[in-house]
Ligand binder design. Structure first.
Ligand code: PLP
Length: 333
């Protein structure tokens, strides 16, 4: 059966590059949302915990429940109106209306919209939010923001950072006014951490870089990251194509000579894009199989998601997250 290999060595390499930049492992929170960007939630949680990561970020409580035994704090990016409190879970507040929905005593991360205009409360709503959070007896564990353009060759990151610095001052004043514990601050994703010379907040939230990719313009000097995932397929059958015979749907590939062709057990039903790489795939990919010259038992299908992303004019995230959760995942050293 087709399967995914997870390179422990490459994963630990990436985590070390990022921790070095931060000074300590404790300042690195890893983002394991969406099945750990297609790598496999359980497996990546286990490896992160083995490396010494203490704080992880997921999208839903369902994801958090699957990995709760590995970590003490799990941050949930998109809590619903029906969350129950849990000693290890911490909920991101994306909108004022969530304050009344979250269970009493829940730990929260208040998200501030400093310019991305996707989620989070506006700067003008901060005072109201504090009042309502205190009234509803939630615990402000952290205050956070998200940058929209860290991976672009522009100064946009810097005006957003200026707004963020002002927000932090305001939060410190409110902390004194309400006589509550000073919250942690966090803002960086992978791109921000890779880009800035010194990151000042308490921890960074890294996803894609931990898996070995970034989208930074070439002019930024970025340390080498190594792809963690590779995708492999196994042979189902082999045949000889005679000159002129055509293979697969529509017969899109015609043998120019007598040649040996094998069918492998990967297709777009496994979440692998219908990739038209003529050098590799003969004709069209099927739902569960593809044709490749030769008769090797096992064949590498994907080693570098960026290469495929470029082909489809998309980003590595898009290629990785679509890989079927049903593919078997194995750790290799
Ligand atoms: C997904 C996500 C991240 C991680 O982003 P990468 O670019 O993969 O490092 C960080 N913060 C938030 C709020 C996110 O949604």
């Amino acid at each position: 059966m087709s399967f995914i290999e997870i390179s422990k060595q490459n994963y630990f390499h990436n985590l070390s590059v990022l921790s070095d930049k931060l000074g300590t492992k404790e300042r690195l929170a890893v983002v394991l949302k969406d099945n750990a960007y297609g790598h496999g939630l359980q497996i990546m949680a286990k490896l992160s915990s083995e490396y010494g990561i203490k704080r992880v970020i997921v999208r839903t409580s369902d994801e958090a429940k699957q990995i709760e035994s590995y970590f003490d704090s799990i941050i949930i990016l998109a809590p619903t109106a029906y969350e129950e409190n849990h000693p290890k879970f911490q909920f991101v507040i994306n909108d004022l209306s969530q304050i009344e929905q979250l269970p009493t005593a829940a730990k929260v991360h208040l998200k501030i919209d400093t310019g991305m205009h996707r989620n989070g409360i506006t700067v003008d709503e901060i005072e109201t939010a504090y009042k309502r959070i205190v009234k509803n007896q939630l615990v402000i564990e952290a205050v956070m923001t998200h940058y929209r353009s860290a991976d672009e060759l522009s100064s946009e990151l810097f005006w957003q950072q200026q707004i963020w610095e002002k927000v932090k001052q305001q939060i410190l004043h409110l902390t004194i006014q309400y006589n509550i514990k000073k919250p942690l601050f966090h803002s960086a994703n992978s791109a921000t951490l890779l880009r800035v010379t010194e990151y000042k907040d308490d921890f960074a939230r890294c996803g894609i870089a931990t898996f070995g990719y970034h989208q930074m313009p070439l002019s930024y000097k970025i340390p080498t990251l190594k792809p963690v995932l590779s995708l492999w397929a196994e042979k189902i059958s082999t045949r000889t194509l005679k000159t002129g015979q055509r293979v697969g749907y529509g017969g899109m590939f015609t043998a120019q000579k007598d040649m040996q062709v094998s069918t492998y057990d990967i297709g777009y039903g496994d979440g692998f894009f219908r990739y038209k790489n003529q050098d590799k795939f003969l004709g069209k990919l099927s739902m569960d199989s593809c044709s490749i010259e030769g008769d090797a038992q096992k064949i590498s299908i994907l080693k570098d998601a960026q290469e495929i992303a470029n082909h489809f004019d998309t980003i590595s995230y898009d290629i990785l997250t679509k890989l079927s959760p049903n593919l078997k995942r194995v750790i290799v050293d």
